[in-house]
Write a protein that binds this ligand. Structure first.
Ligand code: GLU
Length: 506
């Protein structure tokens, strides 16, 4: 259903490379916006300066662009609610914070980090956890317990403070989530979260709610890890007197064995990337692999991600981005976490690879060949690729399946020699070469006919001859139909490889 009031956002914090779970969140927002003819906004949430990582913001932008996820409003394209980077909207949050203090929904707290740490430690000693909540706040150093004059005095003498949200006492907070339905929590279970920090920056909670409101966000679609923040967010909307957006919390991406959340560390440990692009961590010098650099096609990657948590309700697995837009709905996103399946991910890439034309693949393969010092015309390359593409998942794997088209074997597989090279092989192969010399039009069909006539005449077994011949032409027991290889490398090269092999293999 077209609804131009649909406005959704992807709101990453530039604290490191974007995990594939984050890419999926961005993708679902994109699909939802497109499906409803709405707008997608990219907002950078960089108010936590202690977690800022240089390069992370541009990494996020490049990753999403590689996936084909385009934004209608963002830090790069601008828009009616610019700026879209929260650090540039700093002054705005302060006024909303004051509004909450004035209306009695928030308060100043002067407890020092050391004092709070002490309270935490003492609670731990008696196996409890300290939280700044509806009970404990009554005995702490804040504007609820101090006199008005004292509060003024502290503020005027620049004593550092934070602003905390005043969680109401004895209240039930009901939350409606498109994926999870209704959830109710008691206010006693919540703590008085900091809204504004002593460094003059808002926390995530305040900035996020203020911006979602000002940017007229209609649906908040984000990862399940933000579900615990939802009660506070709802209370914040109510405190401001603003309408709630709709919420949808997406299920976690799980490790392949289903045991826990797929983490940054799982990727290279288990042999697959968890990041869209390669990431270089300048702090520890570590490189984490990326889908792009590993040879994945962006559309295959996006197709795979779309199905991790959402299902179309049919058996269909291959979807173009337009088909995804048509089929997508939040109602078909499951509650349970989705196991990441690295093998299935390769399968997707294979499906996209075989759908490409030989011409497209040839163009993508040529740079690899250049690196190997191989020059080959595109017409021939297309033919070669057509013969082997079913066998590979990635363009880079084409080399293992095609190198023998470009040069004669430098070595012969010992295991294959033992199995396939018989005492009479040298004589048979020499005789075969002699016969092939007389095949004028060296096409697959002509070679096939000539060989079967020759086999018939000499009463040789087809299997034994072809296996020995493959060893001489390829150096191993692999490759596509042998006479296809012969037609492509040509008569001269075929005869050269037979003679060379017969002389080399002892
Ligand atoms: N900045 C938060 C993050 O890094 C955004 C969470 C949200 O979408 O509300 O994921």
């Amino acid at each position: 259903m077209i609804d131009p009031n649909v406005r959704v956002r992807f709101a990453p914090s530039p604290t490191g490379p974007l995990h594939i779970g984050g890419v999926r969140t961005a993708l679902y927002n994109y699909l939802f916006a497109k499906k409803h003819g709405g707008k997608l906004i990219l907002r950078v949430e960089d108010t936590d300066q202690t977690r800022f990582v240089p390069g992370a913001e541009s990494y996020i932008i490049e990753s999403l662009a590689w996936c084909g996820i385009e934004f209608d409003e963002s830090i790069t394209v601008g828009g009616p609610h610019a700026p879209y980077r929260q650090s540039e909207r700093k002054d705005l949050y302060q006024q909303y914070c004051i509004q909450l203090i004035d209306s009695g929904h928030a308060y100043y707290a002067f407890d020092t980090p050391e004092e709070l740490e002490e309270l935490r430690k003492n609670a731990e000693k008696i196996k409890k956890t300290f939280t700044y909540n509806t009970e404990s706040r009554k005995n702490l150093y804040n504007s609820l317990t101090l006199s008005e004059e004292e509060v003024k005095r502290l503020i005027n003498s620049n004593v550092p403070y934070v602003v905390r949200f005043l969680i109401p006492e004895n209240t039930e907070i009901a939350m409606d989530d498109i994926i999870r339905g209704r959830v109710v929590v008691k206010s006693e279970t919540l703590d008085d979260k900091v809204l504004f920090k002593s460094d003059g920056m808002p926390t995530y909670h305040l900035a996020n709610i203020v911006d979602d409101h000002l940017m007229e966000i209609s649906h908040v679609i984000r990862g399940e890890e933000w579900l615990p923040s939802l009660p506070l967010h709802i209370l914040l909307y109510q405190a401001f007197g603003w309408n709630l957006p709709q919420f949808a919390h997406l299920p976690l991406l799980l490790k392949p064995d289903g045991n826990g959340k797929l983490s940054k560390r799982d990727g290279d440990r288990l042999g697959f990337p968890v990041f869209p692009l390669q990431w270089f961590d300048s702090k520890c010098g570590e490189i984490s692999s990326g889908y792009r650099e590993s040879g994945y096609f962006p559309d295959a990657f996006v197709n795979m991600l779309a199905l991790l948590g959402w299902n179309p309700g049919t058996e269909q697995e291959i979807f173009s981005i337009d088909e995804l837009v048509q089929a997508f709905s939040l109602e078909r996103v499951g509650k349970a976490g989705s196991k990441f399946d690295p093998e299935k991910t390769k399968w997707f890439n294979h499906q996209y690879l075989i759908k490409k034309t030989d011409q497209e693949l040839a163009v993508e393969y040529q740079p690899f060949l250049k690196e190997k010092g191989v020059e080959v015309n595109i017409k021939l390359l297309k033919k070669i690729i057509g013969l082997v593409k079913e066998r590979v998942n990635f363009v880079k794997e084409l080399w293992e399946e095609t190198y023998f088209f470009f040069h004669s074997p430098e070595a012969y597989d010992e295991v294959v020699i033992k199995k396939r090279w018989k005492p009479d092989s040298p004589e048979q192969m020499t005789s075969l070469a002699e016969m092939l010399k007389s095949v004028d039009d060296f096409s697959t069909e002509n070679i096939d006919v000539a060989i079967s006539v020759w086999l018939e005449k000499n009463q040789f077994g087809m299997g034994a001859i072809m296996n020995a011949l493959r060893l001489l032409l390829v150096g191993a027991s692999k490759g596509p139909h042998l006479t296809d290889i012969m037609a492509i490398i040509g008569k001269e090269e075929t005869l050269h490889r037979i003679h060379k092999g017969v002389q080399t293999i002892k």
